[in-house]
Design a protein around this ligand. Structure first.
Ligand code: PBE
Length: 267
């Protein structure tokens, strides 16, 4: 397996995630712009990608995956981003909270919490690491909320208790968004909302908020990753701004692999 070019070693496969992810569109563009003709970007899911990574890593075998930060994979494995000299993956960006039009009038308290919600990659990593270590997402979120009362009190500052009003948050089963959505869901539940977390694909998440079938999501990677969804529905949702700063996308490999750049995939 170790002989030959990187392409031969990994069967010319880049292990991707769900096709609705902005990361997949960016990776497809990478394949095109670096002229990786023989390569296939394999569609799957966040969970299938991390399972493949774990399996290869344990045997010290070569593998190339589509990855992002914040993600628990960087704490669990020694990994590196491949350099992207053409800058196809773009600059670092931020995650935004996105509400349906009218939420401010209908559920002003929940709207205010979503608007005031902001945390750091380190915060998110704590929740993600607990989940990958076997805690269920709700329990991991509960623990974080209990241990970070100061931060949570800033999000709920000035917000009145609810009395069982229903709120539906959409999210995609990306590790980062499983963490954030469960945390904000827990905070709203503690305030007295009747919260439903609905797992959907990326497209339906944006469509749902635009058509009002979802009240909000906290998973808008902007300005680039979700630019197509943002532009498509602009005016049909409210952008509440950043809830986390400093994300990154790219092709990721174990540190033991002897390549550093996407250019190296052409050999
Ligand atoms: N991700 C995680 C998403 C946004 C959050 C990077 C996989 C995406 O590519 O759309």
């Amino acid at each position: 397996n170790e002989a030959g070019t990187v392409g031969e070693q990994v069967d010319y496969e880049i292990i991707g995630i769900d096709p609705g992810a902005g990361l997949m569109k960016a990776s497809a563009k990478v394949v095109e712009e670096y002229d990786l003709k023989d390569w296939t970007l394999v569609e799957g899911s966040s969970a299938a990608m991390t399972a493949a990574l774990k399996k290869a890593y344990e045997k010290e075998e070569p593998i190339i995956v589509t990855g992002w930060t914040p993600h628990w994979m960087f704490a669990s494995f020694d990994l590196k981003y491949l350099e992207d000299p053409k800058g196809v993956f773009g600059e670092d960006e931020n995650i935004h909270s996105i509400a349906r039009n009218g939420l401010k009038d209908d559920l002003p308290g929940a709207y205010q919490v979503l608007d005031q919600f902001t945390w750091t990659p380190d915060d998110m990593n704590i929740v993600m690491n607990d989940i990958v270590n076997g805690e269920d997402p709700e329990a991991a979120a509960t623990k974080w909320v209990e241990e970070n009362a100061d931060k949570v009190s800033e999000w709920t500052d000035g917000v009145e208790k609810a009395s069982g009003e229903k709120i539906k948050l959409g999210y995609v089963a990306w590790d980062s968004e499983i963490a954030s959505t469960n945390v904000i869901g827990k905070v709203l539940t503690d305030l007295g909302y009747d919260v439903t977390l609905t797992q959907v694909e990326a497209g339906p998440m944006w469509t749902g908020v635009a058509d009002g079938s979802l009240d909000a999501h906290v998973a808008g990677w902007l300005p680039s990753t979700h630019a197509d969804y943002y532009d498509k529905y602009e005016g049909q949702f409210e952008d509440l701004g950043e809830n986390l700063k400093g994300t990154k996308l790219g092709l990721v490999v174990p540190a033991y692999m002897d390549i550093d750049s996407i250019e190296d995939l052409k050999e």
